[in-house]
Design a protein around this ligand. Sequence first.
Ligand code: XMP
Length: 509
Amino acid sequence: MLDKILILDFGSQTTQLIARRVRDLGVYCEVVPYRSIPEDFSDIKGVILSGSPYSIHDPRSFRIDVQALIDRGLPILAICYGAQLITGELGGTVEQTGLHEYGRTHLSIGSEGAKDPLLRGLSEGTTVWMSHSDSITVLPEGFEVLATTENIPIAVFRSKAAPVWGVQFHPEAHHSEQGSRLLGNFIDICGLEHDWTPASFIDTTVAELREQLGEDKVILALSGGVDSSVCATLLHRAIGDRLYCIFVNHGLLRKGEFDEVMSLYKGLGLNVKGIDAVDYFYSQLDGVSDPEQKRKIIGKGFIDVFAAEAHKLKDVKWLAQGTIYPDVIESLSITGTTIKSHHNVGGLPEDLKFSLVEPLRKLFKDEVRKVGEELGMPHEMVYRQPFPGPGLAIRILGDITPEKVRILQEADHIFISRLREAGLYNEVWQAGAILLPVHSVGVMGDERTYDQVIALRAVTSVDAMSADWAHLPYDFLARVSSEIINTVDGVNRCVYDISSKPPSTIEWE
Ligand code: XMP
């Protein structure tokens, strides 16, 4: 079993960041809601308690049996609310000073604190990031102060009898300049090696998948995106051609994308069946212009095509999905109940009962990419920009016709190709062209034209939850605009979208 650190989530916005930092240090960790402390601790070597949006004095605050956790004898690092919770539960004092301390401050460690294994190697006066209103003023019996700041008398403390530490600041925050060192020290205290790497993840996961799946067959729907592609490649390494992949062409992919991606998949040795369902999707979408209806038609179309293929394969027991860790964490509310379910499983017909296999469900997006690279997948596949499932359907405003798809594919192809050539493709989170449902007047040669408008959209983002419009160079935009207008039949005007999300969204529909 893989040794790990358990992170108990009390609802802080930075809980995922704690996990990211620990993983970056080469140690496996898992986040669980505070209520879901596992029964079996055999593979847990240390516990981190996160921050919380609540004060411990708030009746809504989240509580655990702190003493029972300490009695397990494992090292515990309690951050912010976690530190206050331990203090409060064990008889210390947490005061509602009402003074918010938010932002950078400096840690006074002193010579005694510097000897402590948690603070080993941290510089006197190192910058740390705070975000709290209550302060710990009296420690419980048997605890001692290790560091202070100019505003608070107890910034770091430990138990004299047990391996328990509390820190008022957030070592996971970028602004805590030696936060990773402190987390690294905690990992050393837990006796963990820094040996969790993409290669070790692949070895362990392949072994687990072989054990779990035995001789069974698995089906997987590929989207061309990073997650499903890495998921397929990993499963293929484990079970070879007993993994049956399906890649559906709904006719709303980018220009040439279906063939390109199919050949990349074949190059990876995947057992993949490409399904041409273009006419089917176009006929279903004929005359439909409402964005939500388009999405529903495409979602249902995928399920119908997938179910038909799955029926042909008869004895397939498993459905693989490229679910990743942020989806998993977000689908667990802090109370431990599921608030979001996987739509593509939920939509399958009754007679297709699959068990789910999700080998990437513990990985963050950039870890998925690293695993993809380690598996030898092509760079262009691993670093492909996100692309929505309904594809160009939600970038053609209004109803969809094959002619509109052609115009948009041509314009989009120019934009994306020039981004790649200019070295800008990986500088933006996502880019694409949108076909607007308006005509505008133009002049080409001596002729008056009355043609369509293309909008270009490129955004920067870290997670698509918020995004800014990409500040692409004017001369680059000018070149793309003139190439589109001059070479794409039916377009005589090009505009650049300078809206951020929120209040706009990345896609126009
Ligand atoms: P929005 O437009 O909500 O998009 O800012 C955020 C991210 O989600 C993608 N997106 C979708 N992906 N099916 C998908 O698979 C959809 O219906 C869908 N709508 C938006 C979008 O491309 C962006 O990355």
